[in-house]
Ligand binder design. Structure first.
Ligand code: CU
Length: 146
């Protein structure tokens, strides 16, 4: 076998592989439903909930959120610890391809601390979600008593 020809062949294959990766549309594709928030009074806290389904080929990694309804917006997880409900910030919430993660009371939620205004039932407001390697995603949240 001609060694030089084999090397050229391998080099060509490597080049093609790089092009394939660069041109592939592998990406996370988070899709949202049942987006709602609990009511709250100005100065208090509230939380938003939703289902996030990743219809893409890469992990969707939620890294944070922002909204003009509150000074501080964080992604939290609530859990029981020694009989007490505690919550902590989740710096990265990973949703694998094909997976649905539910943000729901008692679990993951988007926390609004120190509301700038009242959130009354049937109000709507905009929430911006930040994902690793994706453009920001804006969602309309409906306030509901559930
Ligand atoms: Cu919280």
């Amino acid at each position: 076998m001609n060694v030089q020809r084999t090397l050229i062949g391998l080099t060509m294959m490597a080049v093609l592989a790089v092009v394939a990766v660069a041109c592939g549309d592998d990406a996370a594709d988070p899709v949202f439903d049942d987006v709602w928030a609990r009511p709250g009074a100005a100065g208090d806290n509230a939380a938003a909930y939703m289902n996030i389904t990743n219809e893409g080929d890469e992990d969707a990694i939620l890294t944070g959120a922002s909204s003009d309804v509150a000074r501080m917006v964080e992604v939290h997880e609530s859990r029981m610890e020694d009989g007490t409900m505690r919550m902590e910030e989740i710096p990265e919430l990973v949703i694998e391809p094909g997976e649905t993660v539910s943000l729901e009371p008692g679990g993951f939620h988007v926390m609004f601390m120190n509301l700038e205004r009242d959130l009354d039932p049937d109000d709507t407001f905009m929430l911006t979600l930040h994902f690793d390697d994706l453009d920001d995603i804006e969602l309309e949240v409906t306030v509901a008593e559930q």
